[in-house]
Ligand binder design. Structure first.
Ligand code: PLP
Length: 458
């Protein structure tokens, strides 16, 4: 990490932060011991901290800053919108030009059968909206018994009540007595961690058939929907074997349940298509979106709704008693429009598919040769490395799961790059504007970080 002059009073900021700020998803013991990291500005793929260090943002914030940091054009669009109409709601038949334009744009970008958007402010709210939509849909269809939603263990759909419940994070379920009733979880398609006794192809089919088994056990007449991320992000970048989604597609075709593709991470180019479900040839009935919609410049989420669901639910004429004060917020809609304009103009989706995606993947996969790495995987611009204690016996985990990951994550930060740890999987999800030179820096930094971590551990 390049040290510049100490431009901010780091210690004073940390102390003040510790006194009054409760951090989300933060290990309080290490936070209290080491203090928070203070980020003061960002530009492109680079963050600057309060010590003046420049750090490559290998996670695009929290998987969201598709167009990179510091895009003045988004700030200008928001500024103009705020001067025109900073806020008005979209309840009670009201609308405004930016939300109209954004809805038209999203309908154009989505697959042909999706033409309607319901707005909120985050991915969690989007999934709470999904929860109510799918149950209400079946009520309207005259099938009120279809209420169960199937999610997956280790899936992530947010941290509100419905989001946490639909997700399959046991640690989260334990806080707040979740999941709420009516949610069922099936196994995830995590070949490296849970399926290596079969070939990846066999395991993909095996994991997909867990859905079929659950439907048979619970009864198709009781199931409203299946929700899944095309690639599980927060669960550790679980890229399913190639056979997984085709088998799920076969099952969904035979059964009358809705498919919810959680596009909060995989949407807006992350996998080299506008939506992750299209990357896998899946037809979603509902798509929760957030993050890359505005590249995180302002908070905005939504649920993209297929004609089938919209016709059953919205166009049926009855009021849906659901909405948020900030549904379709004008300044957020302006940020989203400016962000989507950049993604289109700079061809970022195509760039992930045929330029920077394959470029980084080729180099990333070579990190699989490192003595500390059991598997390297990447699709689009999202990847993971599985740290293992014994390369000859790669599926055997560390005795204390997660400790190596934390060392590697902190070492990476010290070496000038943000890489996140999920258990002992190291994950990246860089901005889609990453250049070849920055990709080279990223890989070189990860290599050095693995070497340093290896020395610390062994
Ligand atoms: N769904 C997925 C797949 C996510 O990864 C996330 C956040 O990481 C969410 C939903 C929740 O989004 P938010 O944090 O905006 O509420």
């Amino acid at each position: 990490m390049t040290a510049h002059s100490n431009i901010y009073p780091t210690k004073a900021l940390q102390d003040l932060d510790a006194a009054h700020h409760w951090h989300p998803f933060s290990d309080m013991k290490s936070l209290n011991k080491e203090g928070s990291r203070v980020i003061i500005r960002a530009d492109g793929v680079w963050l600057t901290d309060s010590e003046g260090n420049r750090i490559l943002d290998g996670m695009a914030g929290l998987w969201c800053v598709q167009v990179g940091h510091g895009r003045k054009e988004i700030a200008d669009a928001v500024y103009r919108q705020m001067n025109e109409l900073a806020y008005y709601n979209t309840f009670f038949k009201t609308t405004h030009p930016p939300v109209i334009a954004l809805s038209e744009k999203l309908a154009k970008l989505a697959p042909d059968h999706i033409n309607t958007v319901f707005y909120c402010s985050s991915g969690s709210e989007a999934n709470d909206t999904v929860f109510r939509m799918v149950r209400t849909y079946w009520d309207k269809m005259g099938k009120p018994d279809k209420k169960v939603i199937i999610g997956r263990w280790n899936g992530y759909h947010g941290s509100t009540l419905a989001g946490t419940s639909l997700g399959g994070m046991k640690g989260m379920h334990a806080q707040g007595d979740l999941p709420v009733p009516g949610v069922h979880h099936i196994d995830q398609p995590y070949w490296f961690g849970e399926g290596h006794e079969m070939s990846p192809d066999e395991f993909g089919v095996h994991a997909a058939r867990k859905l079929e088994q659950a439907i048979d056990e619970i009864g198709e007449d009781k199931i409203a929907a299946f929700i899944a991320e095309p690639i599980q992000g927060a669960g550790g970048v679980i890229i399913p074997p190639e056979t997984y989604w085709p088998e799920i597609r076969r099952i969904l075709k035979e059964r009358d349940i809705l498919f919810v593709s959680d596009e909060v991470i995989c949407g807006f180019g992350r996998l080299g298509e506008w939506f992750g479900s299209t990357h896998y040839g899946m037809e979603a009935d509902l798509m929760p979106i957030a993050k890359g919609l505005t590249s995180g410049y302002l908070p905005m989420g939504g649920v993209m709704v297929s004609d089938r669901v919209a016709e059953g639910l919205m166009l049926a004429g009855e009021e849906f008693y659901h909405g948020y004060t900030y549904s379709g917020h004008p300044a957020c809609a302006a940020a989203a429009l400016a962000n989507l304009e950049i993604i289109e103009r700079e061809g970022l989706v195509e760039r992930v598919k045929s330029d920077i995606g394959p470029y980084l993947k080729e180099r990333w996969l070579k990190l699989g040769d490192h003595p500390l790495v059991g598997e390297a995987r990447m699709t689009g611009l999202v990847g993971a490395l599985e740290l293992v204690p014994d390369k000859k016996n790669p599926h055997k985990p560390f005795r204390e799961v997660g400790a190596a990951g934390v060392i590697c994550r902190d070492t990476s930060f010290g070496n000038g790059m943000v890489m996140r740890a999920v258990r002992d999987s190291m994950i990246i999800s860089p901005p889609l504007v990453l250049t070849h030179e920055e990709a080279d820096f990223l890989v070189a930094t990860v290599e050095k970080t693995l070497d340093d971590t290896y020395r610390t551990l062994m």
